[in-house]
Each structure stands twice: as structure tokens, then as C-alpha cells.
Design a protein around this ligand. Structure first.
Ligand SMILES: [Cu+2]
Length: 412
């Protein structure tokens, strides 16, 4: 017993020491414990794309194009954004520790830009800060960034020029660096960029002047139910890589499992420092990797726990009319303010389908949408489903979960 206790306290001490020394040492230590020879599996990008590369002069060469793009957040809503290579977020850059990478950035915007490699260790001149480490890249120009990847983890890219505007309208992407050897055996490795937007009902462009009052919340540039579900086989180890360059923290909550936070954009967290959680706050300007074993089949929800972030197209400056009979009032206000919509008398659910049976403004999604096997799900925005199944022949959407007999709540 004494020996065991001694062993435990030494292990704990070793863990804590590692936590506060440098991340490289921590990564080396965990490699010794978990090392396997299988190469890392490629990351999965629901609704997204990866940036292709080719070897040119001894480096993996990628080509990012900064440009305006039309992004469909969900059927019924197309937004004029700025992004990379035709989408926001831009395609994921995926590489391996030790790679020499060369990333060309062509600026097809009407104003200057740069690209900063968030969290990545590199020579100062490659850091992409307009005015400080390089001149801004003018419209029509192409610059080449080149460096060797010295770490692994989940990182991001975004402009460091007119940031307030360029990030508010969608210029961002994720940069995944795999370890040379797989550190833990992850079966399904999903990358999700979280973002929030101020798109006033009836308009087509995000408003970069808004600081707090966002009304559209996306995962990889889509809102629920246009977000593809994550499909997993029972027993598989799942990693979710979450990135956030929006103006708010997003507390991302998983149903059915507890996960451990295994890494941030600062590096890998040694086992002793990995907290079990069901909600991981993803702070502004950071990434979080979480891992869990999907050992219970079902349709499990993964969503932001700020309840306004699982709604679409919501105006937040509405009066509170819970408990108020307003059948006449709404009509009178609508004659002065077309498109006016008050909170419901008994709650918001009556607005779930406002795009369907009430006339909403043009290019504006219902606040809550998505039908499940039992009725409307009454969610939108930053909300998706992880579908865990015992039997899978491929990872296509398997449809809704069929609950075994006796595992549903009974009407009493
Ligand atoms: Cu959120």
C-alpha cells in the first residue's frame, strides 16, 4: 500500500512537473508511453475542405487565395463573406511535424491583407503581422511564407491586417499539424471552426461593426441542421479539434460522454493535467482538442451551451412578453415596423418555423429549425449530432437512431 501510494504521488508529481515545464518535454514523455507506429489518420472536416499541396523545391507548397465568397449557411440563406479559396472558413491546411511548408497567399480582395499562423512556432519574419513583420499584401499581390513545422497540434490562420473587418466577415481557417508518430490511437478526428456573425435580417453581408450582438452561429461555416453529423462506430476513440476566432467564448457541451481536454493551441496536456469535462470553454483566439471513447450508441448532441448560440437570425433587442397576450399588439407594431416579431406569450417555440408559416425577412433563416424523429428539434446555430452506431458499413449519415425497446421515456 505504501509503495502504491508512493508510486501514485511520484507519478502525480512527475505529471505536475511536466505540466509546468515545457510542452516539448511533455510531448516526448507521452510519446514514450503511447507510441505506436501507425501513421496519424487524416483529420475529418465536416462540411469543409482541405487545401491541396504539392512538393516544390523540397517543401510542401500550398496556395491560399484571399477572396470574397458566397457561403450558404443553410438552404435559404446565402451570405457574401470573405474567405479563402471560395469558402469560410478557408480549407484546412494539414501537414506533419518536421515538414517544410511554403504557403503562397494571393490577395484577390479589394484591400490589403496578410496571413498570421496562430500558435505556430516560426521565425519572426514569417508571423504575418502587417506593418510589424512585413508590408501588407496589396490587392493582386502574392507572398510566399516558408517555415519548418516544429510542433504538432491544432492551430489556425487568419489575417493580421484590418482584423476587425476581415475576421468578422469570415477570413480564418484551421492548420492541423500531425505528430510524426501517432501519439494516441484516435479513430475519428474531427476539426470544427466555430464562428459568429452579425447578419441583420433581410441583408446579405455580415456587419463588422457589431461587437456584442451576434445573431448567427456556425460550425465550419454552417448552421444546424445544415451541419453534417459526425458518424462514429461504438467503441471508437474520438477527437474533436475546436477553433475559435470569434468575439465570444463558446462553451461546447457534449451529451452522453465525458471527454478530456488533451491539448490547446499551446501544446499537448500531459495525462495528469487532463480534466474530465462535459463542457469545454473554447476561449476567443484559441483551440481546444478533446478526446473520448464513444462507448454508448445513439444520437448524441454536441452544441454551444450559450442558449442564444443555438438559435438563428435572432434579434436580441426584443421586449420580454412571456405571459403577455399580444395578439393585437404585434399587428399594430408591424404596421409601423415591418418584420417586427415579439417573443411568444408562452415561450419562443412558436417562432421555430417562422420561415415556413410566418413571413420572415428575405435571406433569413427560421430561428430554430431541424426536424428529428420525434418532431421539431427547436435548435439552430452551433448545434450538431454525433451519431454512434454498433453496426456501420461506412461513415455516411446512418439516419436517426432506433432506440432499443424499453429505453425511451414513457408517458405516465
Ligand atoms: Cu457559443
Amino acid at each position: 500500500m505504501l509503495n502504491r501510494r508512493h508510486f501514485l504521488s511520484t507519478t502525480l508529481l512527475a505529471g505536475l512537473t511536466t505540466l509546468f515545464t515545457n510542452t516539448k518535454a511533455a510531448a516526448d514523455q507521452s510519446k514514450k508511453i503511447f507510441s505506436s507506429n501507425s501513421p496519424p489518420k487524416p483529420v475529418i472536416v465536416s462540411n469543409g475542405r482541405k487545401l491541396p499541396w504539392e512538393i516544390v523545391n523540397g517543401a510542401k507548397q500550398f496556395h491560399l487565395i484571399a477572396e470574397e465568397c458566397e457561403q450558404e449557411f443553410a438552404p435559404g440563406m446565402k451570405v457574401k463573406c470573405w474567405g479563402y479559396n471560395g469558402s469560410t472558413p478557408g480549407p484546412i491546411i494539414e501537414a506533419t511535424e518536421g515538414d517544410r511548408v511554403r504557403i503562397l497567399l494571393t490577395n484577390n480582395l479589394k484591400e490589403h491583407t496578410t496571413v498570421h499562423w496562430h500558435g505556430i512556432f516560426l521565425p519572426n519574419g514569417m508571423d504575418g503581422v502587417g506593418g510589424l513583420t512585413q508590408p501588407s499584401i496589396k490587392p493582386g499581390e502574392t507572398y510566399a511564407y516558408e517555415f519548418t513545422l516544429r510542433q504538432h497540434g491544432t492551430f489556425m490562420y487568419h489575417p493580421h491586417a484590418d482584423e476587425m473587418v476581415q475576421m468578422a466577415v469570415g477570413m480564418m481557417g484551421m492548420f492541423i499539424i500531425h505528430p510524426k508518430e501517432q501519439v494516441t490511437n484516435v479513430d475519428r478526428d474531427f476539426a470544427i471552426m466555430l464562428h459568429e456573425w452579425a447578419i441583420h435580417p433581410g441583408t446579405y453581408r455580415p456587419d463588422p461593426a457589431v461587437m456584442l450582438d451576434f445573431n448567427i452561429f456556425t460550425m465550419n461555416g454552417k448552421v444546424f441542421p445544415a451541419i453534417e453529423p459526425m458518424v462514429v462506430k461504438t467503441g471508437e476513440r474520438v477527437r474533436l479539434r475546436l477553433g475559435n476566432l470569434s468575439m465570444d467564448q463558446h462553451p461546447m457541451h457534449l451529451h452522453g460522454f465525458a471527454f478530456k481536454v488533451t491539448a490547446t493551441d499551446g501544446g499537448q496536456i500531459p495525462a495528469a493535467g487532463q480534466w474530465p469535462q462535459t463542457t469545454v470553454p473554447v476561449p476567443v483566439g484559441s483551440t481546444r482538442d478533446v478526446e473520448f471513447i464513444a462507448d454508448e450508441p445513439g444520437d448524441w448532441v454536441f452544441h454551444c451551451h450559450k442558449s442564444h448560440h443555438t438559435m438563428n437570425a435572432m434579434g436580441h433587442d426584443i421586449p420580454n412578453t412571456l405571459g403577455v397576450d399580444q395578439s393585437e399588439v404585434s399587428q399594430r407594431i408591424q404596421s409601423l415596423l415591418p418584420g417586427y416579431m415579439a417573443m411568444g406569450e408562452d415561450g419562443m417555440a412558436e417562432h421555430a418555423m417562422h420561415g415556413k408559416h410566418m413571413t420572415g425577412p428575405e435571406n433569413t433563416l427560421p430561428m430554430m429549425m431541424g426536424d428529428g424523429p420525434f418532431g421539431p428539434i427547436e435548435m439552430g446555430g452551433m448545434f450538431t449530432v454525433i451519431k454512434v452506431r454498433d453496426q456501420l458499413s461506412n461513415y455516411d449519415d446512418p439516419g436517426w437512431y432506433e432506440h432499443p425497446k424499453g429505453t425511451l421515456p414513457k408517458k405516465w
